[in-house]
Design a protein around this ligand. Structure first.
Ligand SMILES: [Fe+2]
Ligand SMILES: [Fe+2]
Length: 239
């Protein structure tokens, strides 16, 4: 496992989402996964897709359970909300100590980031409050042989395609924010803090990119199949 972090230290955040923390010793990935009761193939696929954006074995990934994916996606949301966004906000606030940056520019960055933060929180809340609970319930009903027709009909009122249609790209606005820093802000006396902010925005963008791909390309097709199974069960009820 130590080799994984030597290869790509960005994966540390991903490992944390599986409740794996530093101090691996010489333990292998398999041993640590066993100790933490983590599905080895799932762990390897998530780590690999994060490490290499061109590695995205769709069919292989789509064999995992929706609940498993949601668990990982929720941990990722928590990381954005509780760690990454507050971290970036605090860096932006620290710009206030730099007198070589105009107040108007500090305000521009702070306002832009606050808007972005709001947009991301709304996006996440919708998934956490509406979409993920629907998927979990669908999974439960399909596993339960004695689920009632009412339960199934209630579930069939919603379709994952509604989510798919309006699932917006939360990275686009980050690009604009990065551009303000890269292109338009006059250079401050000490640019280290701006460099750090920029670096953090790139990291967040990369993470969100991977997260969005998992939602669109893996979770949606899995749920689509589950909905087809639900429809066929409902048809059988009708016969
Ligand atoms: Fe999400
Ligand atoms: Fe999303």
């Amino acid at each position: 496992m130590a080799d994984v972090i030597h290869l790509n230290h960005h994966l540390l955040h991903v490992l944390n989402r599986f409740n794996i923390h530093l101090g691996f010793g010489d333990k292998t990935v398999e041993t640590i996964c066993n100790e933490h009761d983590i599905h080895l193939d799932f762990f390897l696929d998530i780590v690999n897709t994060f490490h290499d954006a061109s590695y995205f074995p769709l069919q292989h990934l789509q064999k995992f359970k929706a609940g498993m994916l949601i668990n990982y996606l929720q941990k990722t949301h928590a990381y954005y909300l509780n760690v990454k966004l507050p971290e970036i906000a605090s860096y932006i606030e620290r710009l206030n100590n730099d007198e070589s940056i105009l107040d108007a520019h500090k305000k521009l960055l702070a306002d832009f980031f606050a808007d972005y933060q709001h947009e991301l929180i709304v996006h996440i809340n919708k998934e956490e409050q509406r979409v993920y609970p629907y998927i979990k319930k669908l999974e439960k009903v399909l596993q339960n042989d004695s689920a009632s027709r009412e339960e199934m009909e209630e579930l069939s009122n919603y379709s994952i395609h509604e989510y798919e249609a309006e699932h917006d790209d939360v990275e686009a606005k980050l690009f604009d924010l990065k551009n303000i820093i890269i292109k338009y802000l006059p250079p401050p006396k000490d640019s280290r803090l701006l460099n750090v902010i920029l670096h953090e925005l790139f990291e967040l963008e990369l993470d969100l990119n991977n997260h969005g791909h998992i939602e669109d390309l893996i979770l949606v097709p899995i749920v689509d199949k589950m909905e087809a199974a639900l429809r066929s069960q409902l048809t059988q009820f009708g016969q």
